[in-house]
Ligand binder design. Structure first.
Ligand SMILES: [Fe+2]
Length: 309
């Protein structure tokens, strides 16, 4: 049986659509829409070309697909939108299944890595109204341990500082990562992101009102923050040159507040969310946990099992 997983969207805030085709638990084909569309991020596009590519690679038609999964369980009317989309573009709509966004991230990582049991930490700007989720994978099951919503989003935190440094959110985060090694860990971020050893919180005083648990993510052109974030310098305009201060801020985005590396912020967060995380295999997933977001803190992806690395 064939199963198709897709991502993307029909609004400008949705991007990075793609499609993956599975048969009997094995990956047959997968591709991002931007590769076929020639438009970076393929913003606001469902992956029509990627779906067609997957079907062609497998030598099948849409009628051979058992179901289509999409990671947006709380997306309003999205099953109806997808049904019509498939009928419109492919002449037939398989069964549509909307799945929880963070569970999809967790499953993509956990089942691909074959670590059992494992603690799974997923971090996003927001998906299905969740920003950070800790879960435990055991056998064929993923069990939630903790879910956190906006404004306590590490994705919002990273996006705010990407904008503060004069870059575009949902696009230029890798530039912040690339800048990070050139800076010094001198800027205290604890006024923006606070940790107390148990959990973390993002200071809502600096966030604009559209960064709300009840609203979809603002477009990448819109500023997410107000004021100076409590930082000692000024925000950079995209046209201004980079200074040592900006490099230091980039470095400290991924520092533990007020402390030099290590330990990495990612490690601290995992430990803070679930202390037993550091005693088990643990893996990261979601937009904010990609290695590029952590730079030298890539030990987020360290595997720990029975006390051994
Ligand atoms: Fe996500």
């Amino acid at each position: 049986m064939y199963f198709l997983g897709i991502s993307g969207g029909v609004m400008i805030g949705n991007q990075d659509g793609g499609a993956a085709l599975m048969k009997d638990g094995k990956l047959i084909a997968a591709v991002e829409e931007e590769r076929l569309l020639g438009d970076k991020h393929a913003s606001g596009n469902l992956p029509r070309r990627a779906i067609a590519y997957c079907l062609q690679e497998a030598g099948i038609t849409i009628q051979d697909v058992e179901s289509v999964s999409f990671p947006g369980k709380t997306y309003r009317d999205f099953d109806a939108i997808l049904k019509d989309y498939f009928e419109f573009h492919f002449g037939h709509a398989p069964k549509i299944e909307l799945v929880d966004h963070h569970t999809a991230h967790a499953a993509a990582t956990y089942f691909a890595w074959d670590r059992d049991p494992a603690l799974i930490l997923t971090m996003d700007f927001s998906g299905d109204r969740v920003c950070t989720m800790a879960s435990v994978g055991e056998g064929n099951e993923i069990r939630d341990v903790l879910r956190m919503g906006k404004p306590n989003s590490l994705g919002v935190y990273y996006s705010v500082l990407t904008q503060y440094l004069g870059f575009m959110k949902d696009s230029d985060e890798y530039k912040v990562m690339g800048l990070s090694p050139y800076g010094k860990p001198t800027v205290d971020m604890s006024g923006l992101l606070a940790t107390d050893g148990e959990t973390y919180s993002l200071n809502p005083e600096y966030l604009k009102s559209h960064v709300s648990p009840d609203l979809p993510a603002p477009s990448k052109q819109e500023r997410l923050y107000m004021g100076d974030l409590g930082l000692p310098g000024k925000a950079r305009l995209s046209s201004e040159p980079l200074s040592d201060y900006h490099r230091d801020v980039a470095r400290c985005v991924t520092c533990a507040p007020g402390t030099p590396l290590p330990p990495s912020r990612g490690t601290r967060m995992a430990g803070a969310i679930l202390p037993s995380a550091l005693e088990r295999s643990w893996i990261g997933a979601g937009g904010h946990s990609k290695p590029r977001r952590f730079g030298e803190n890539s030990n987020l992806l360290e595997v720990r099992f029975d006390g051994e690395c």
